[in-house]
Design a protein around this ligand. Structure first.
Ligand SMILES: Nc1ncnc2c1ncn2[C@@H]1O[C@H](COP(=O)(O)OP(=O)(O)O)[C@@H](O)[C@H]1O
Ligand SMILES: C[C@@](O)(CCOP(=O)(O)O)CC(=O)O
Ligand SMILES: [Mg+2]
Length: 316
């Protein structure tokens, strides 16, 4: 019985979320918290994903239909990833995630990357991680309608990555301070928040100036990282968070956390990902983890993952 397993790291956005969607730079890192996608030979196609609490979902491979519109929405990234392949073969597809869906940790990207990686191998392809990143980026954009290459490239390639302004390139950075991060549940998906931000952009004169300022923060953060200037890096995290707040993508719980972190002298802390709740990233210190937990944030494993998605074939 042919079985293929893909292990995908989740991601933290250190600087530049939302601004990258409009061509500004960003810095993101793959982390040790991960998602696993398993594809097993079968005579029918069933998708299961415990963190979605939807049970085992039968998929009609001819038209990719499932039992309800609600299930179809919840599985939209998985189904669109399968749809990439002209030739499909029935399989049991299981997704295991140690975090809740939609928390600013790139779960939408990771689930696409995992399905593309595992199902392509199951069909006999040998994609490189960069090929997986490019395919996954197009799938995520197709489902969300908006969005950048940051999450799919970071979860596919691993490491700490710099996404230059106005370019499709990506550069690997070498230095990274230790990070603490966690998440709280949120009320909106990233796709919904991206649509809200687009409306703000279309109506607000200041929006473009704020995006450019975030771009400057990201460039300075890259310099600070190169010099391992942790003090400057932390200050830039606070500034980036303030600019995200002005875009309306933070939340009271995130703003209270970050302002308290600053007031008690933590080196740096900011929202991470789509916002509206979800994840926060802080420069690591015992106080940072205590503060995150005291505010109800679920800590996530935030060591640097350098490999990106890895694929294993298990012939049981
Ligand atoms: N474990 C999972 N199994 C299947 N789909 C998932 C899983 N986790 C996330 N997703 C999909 O990704 C969507 C969340 O995307 P998004 O709001 O961008 O979250 P994130 O900020 O974590 O990337 C979910 O609504 C669901 O469609
Ligand atoms: C807001 C954004 O910059 C990051 C979204 O991160 P996440 O899906 O919330 O993990 C969108 C994007 O870059 O596609
Ligand atoms: Mg996402």
């Amino acid at each position: 019985m042919r079985t293929v397993e893909a292990l995908v790291p989740l991601k933290l956005t250190l600087f530049g979320e939302h601004a990258i969607v409009y061509g500004e730079p960003a810095i993101a890192m793959a982390i040790s918290e991960s998602m696993k996608v398993t594809v097993k030979e079968s005579d029918r196609t069933i998708i299961s994903s415990s963190s979605l609490h939807i049970g085992n979902i039968r998929v009609n491979l001819q038209d990719m239909r499932v039992e309800s519109d609600q299930i179809s929405k919840a599985l939209s990234f998985v189904i669109e990833a399968l749809n990439y392949f002209e030739e499909k073969r029935p399989a049991l597809i299981n997704i295991e995630s140690s975090v809740d869906p939609s928390v600013g940790l790139g779960t939408s990207a990771a689930v696409i990357v995992g399905v593309i990686a595992a199902y392509s191998k199951f069909l006999g392809y040998d994609f490189t991680n960069l090929e997986i990143a490019k395919i996954s980026r197009n799938v995520e954009k197709k489902v969300q309608g908006l969005g950048s290459r940051m999450d799919t490239f970071t979860t596919s390639l691993g490491g700490i990555l710099y996404f230059p302004r106005g370019s499709e390139n990506v550069e690997r950075l070498s230095s990274l301070p230790e990070i603490a991060s966690g998440y709280v549940k949120r009320t909106a998906t990233t796709a919904e928040i991206l649509r809200r931000v687009k409306t703000v952009k279309e109506n607000g004169r200041e929006f473009n100036e704020i995006l450019k300022l975030i771009g400057l923060v990201v460039e300075d953060a890259r310099d600070a990282l190169d010099k391992m200037d942790v003090e400057t890096l932390g200050q830039l995290m606070y500034i980036n968070h303030g600019l995200l707040m002005s875009l309306g993508v933070t939340s009271p719980i995130l703003d209270e956390l970050v302002s308290t972190a600053r007031n008690i002298g933590l080196p740096g802390c900011k929202m991470s990902g789509g916002g509206g709740g979800g994840s926060a990233v802080c420069l690591k210190s015992p106080k940072a983890e205590l503060l995150l937990e005291s505010r109800g944030f679920k800590l996530v494993k935030s060591e640097l993952n350098r490999t990106g998605v890895t694929i294993k074939e298990i012939n049981s």
